[in-house]
Write a protein that binds this ligand. Sequence first.
Ligand SMILES: [Zn+2]
Length: 264
Amino acid sequence: MISRLKAEFSALLDLISPRRCLVCRQTLAESERHICVKCYLDLPRTGYHKAQHSFLETNYWAKIPIHRAAAYFFYTEQNREILFGFKYHQKPQIGQYMGQLMAEEIVSQSDFFSGIDIIVPIPLHPGRQRQRGYNQSHYIAKGISQVTHIPICEKAVVRTIDNESQTHLLHTQRKDNVEGIFRCLHPELLRGKHILLVDDVITTGATTASCAQAVLQALGEYNEQGLNTTASVQFSILALATATSHRQPMEAGDGYTYEATYTA
Ligand SMILES: [Zn+2]
């Protein structure tokens, strides 16, 4: 309730105070939302959705039946407010907007979404969600679904252990301890499907892999030795950002440069 009030209050503030770009803090033009055109164009895109085997995808090899893995942009100090704004500052609409921008760009440049049956946003622990008032991944998924019309499924998987830190830290700055934090309660909703797991930031991929493994376990298709080629489900993974020490975009000379200031 309080979280909802906070979100409504911040929406009201947006109306009466000048709206600023999350990245450069310049006042936004009337047609701009959350980030200005220049910062939008300057986002350090990964291009992973255009790659057959992206660097991100290799994190999942021999862990889950992975089809593709992509992230919209590389996390940097400059663009961190895009992620923090909607995760910690009660502005879920930023996530939805960025999810939409990401999906539009991916659709126009690749067949990344083709064959995907269902979107599963990485769930928050119920206690955490009550505290925050929303699940940020849900809003990113909503933006993706608006563009692709792929349905969202939030009933199948739950997070049973709250491993998210209280502080404003991204995943890489915490110790990854994600084994067994998810449970798939309704595997029948996912059996035989190509599932898109959606998260806000991906670093090692441990959280998303753990979520996929919970699904495989519930289906009786989990194989500890590695990839189960006979699994009925397959996964693709998509995040707004990736924070990684390997920051090579998939296509050089795309007309963007950035300074990587992130250190794991
Ligand atoms: Zn800007």
